[in-house]
Design a protein around this ligand. Structure first.
Ligand code: SF4
Length: 450
């Protein structure tokens, strides 16, 4: 059960010595209860108390890291059932499955496909992060060779798949520094694979058809000292899996049921051989609630919608995507090029900039910070008005780069033109531009300095 700040306070030395960088023990206890600092920051509590409080204040769904360094994938740590309750914390990793029975040519094609996968959307690169390597042949040498090839030719985060501890060990000897996910622990191999997880300090999956089986395995793994676990429900029914994902989220969050408090991995190709269906199933588990999704293909026409869906669901609904406030240059603008001003909502920026680029007309695009609000929303919230635009333009340095005093505002805020001319000062002329970005190329073709 979660501990309150007062529960934690009772276990502290109450000397207010400030060694934890908080003014009092009570202030420190409140921060620990809120999950904002660790109990271990107090050097004067016993190891026993540290372990009791750390256990009681641990996140209901354990954070798990696959890989090492800056490119590591963090999953788990979710706190809500629904995105609109707060936000989802970590987007699922998307990956490609290869097996050791693939021919060298097929393997090469898969590696090439993995390395080529990447789409830019609203300034963010969307990529696949993971490659899962599955032992099908049962030949440790072949598995090792495939792992080595993937390690040598990609920067992928890795999932090593076999029920045999010997084969997993062969793969781990090649890629241990990449901290792969070991997949996985079953009823039959628990002791030997748990030993590997500890020896190589890597997370493991537990495989089970039912929630009860997986809860039993995670309890045994925890007792054996293995804490970093990913759940791999093996049912081949989409309906059952959907229900399991919901329960795996609900039980830890609502009932503090720790044995299922872990992220999950899903292989949509386990449910179907049809690629269209596979991607539809994958999209279901992007929304609910897989931590890693491994596909049989990364062909762009299948994966682009999936990456977009992932981005849409896993952006923080309380924090709009924004662009930096500054003047952006397009097509080598000179002194005569027009100044266009708009807001720093990412989608606004990319719609406008896309049309400017396609027009091939030189433009200074002044992006004002409106805290990520679009034009009309920012205007109605008082964050995009004559005063704020004039202040930004005067401070932006653009006036030294052009030989005119014309500025184009979005058509939706035409009524700002009079006030803006006054705020900008003598000589400035405000021109009302199009309401929608697709009309910009036509507008720019007719542009001339007045
Ligand atoms: S270091 Fe420990 S004893 Fe000292 S103020 Fe912080 S919580 Fe209290």
């Amino acid at each position: 059960m979660a501990l309150s700040g007062l529960d934690i306070f009772k276990k502290l030395p109450k000397t207010n010595c400030k060694k934890c960088n908080f003014p009092t023990c009570l202030a420190f206890a409140m921060q620990v209860a809120a999950g904002k600092t660790e109990i271990s920051a107090c050097p004067d509590v016993s190891a026993d108390v540290v372990s009791q409080i750390a256990e009681a204040t641990a996140p209901p769904i354990r954070p798990i890291t696959i890989g090492a360094g800056d490119s590591a994938l963090k999953i788990g740590e979710e706190t809500v059932m629904f995105r609109h309750d707060k936000r989802f914390e970590h987007q699922p990793g998307i990956g490609l499955l290869v097996t050791d029975e693939m021919s060298d040519e097929t393997l090469n094609n898969h590696i090439k496909q993995f390395n080529a996968t990447g789409f830019e959307r609203v300034g963010v690169m969307m990529r696949a992060e993971v490659m899962a390597i599955k032992s099908v042949t049962g030949d440790a040498e072949r598995f090792k060779a495939v792992v080595k090839k993937v390690v040598d030719e990609t920067q992928a985060l890795l999932v090593l798949m076999s029920d045999s501890a010997d084969i997993l060990k062969a793969g781990l000897d090649i890629c241990a520094t990449r901290k792969p996910l070991i997949c996985g622990v079953t009823v039959d191999n628990l002791d030997s694979v748990a030993q590997l997880a500890k020896e190589y300090n890597c997370p493991v999956t537990v495989k089970g058809e039912t929630l009860e089986q997986m809860a039993d395995l995670t309890t045994k793994l925890n007792a054996a000292g293995v804490k970093d676990i990913v759940l791999y429900p093996t049912t081949t029914s989409v309906k059952d899996r959907f229900e399991q994902e919901t329960m795996i989220r609900r039980l830890p969050l609502k009932k503090t049921y720790r044995p299922l408090g872990f992220p999950t991995i899903v292989f949509p190709c386990d449910f179907t051989a049809d690629k269209d269906e596979e991607i539809m199933i994958a999209s279901t588990f992007v929304a609910r609630y897989s931590g890693i999704i491994i596909l049989s293909t990364l062909e762009p026409h299948y994966t682009y919608p999936l990456f977009c869906l992932r981005m849409n669901i896993y952006t923080d609904p309380q924090r709009p995507m924004t662009m930096e406030e500054k003047v952006y240059e397009f097509n080598n603008p000179g002194k005569d090029a027009p100044i266009l001003v708009t807001t720093n909502f990412s989608l606004t920026y990319f719609l406008v900039s896309g049309e400017i680029e396609s027009s091939r007309k030189p433009v200074w695009l002044a992006i004002q910070n409106t805290e990520g609000l679009s034009v009309l929303t920012a205007w109605s919230a008082g964050k995009f008005n004559a005063e704020s635009i004039a202040k930004f333009i005067k401070n932006s340095g653009i006036t030294e780069k052009v030989s005119h005093k014309n500025i184009v505002i979005p058509g939706y805020v035409a009524e700002l033109s009079g006030d803006l001319e006054e705020e900008l000062g003598p000589g400035w002329k405000v021109i009302v531009g199009p309401r929608e970005a697709p009309s910009l190329p036509g507008f720019l073709k007719q542009w001339q300095v007045n």
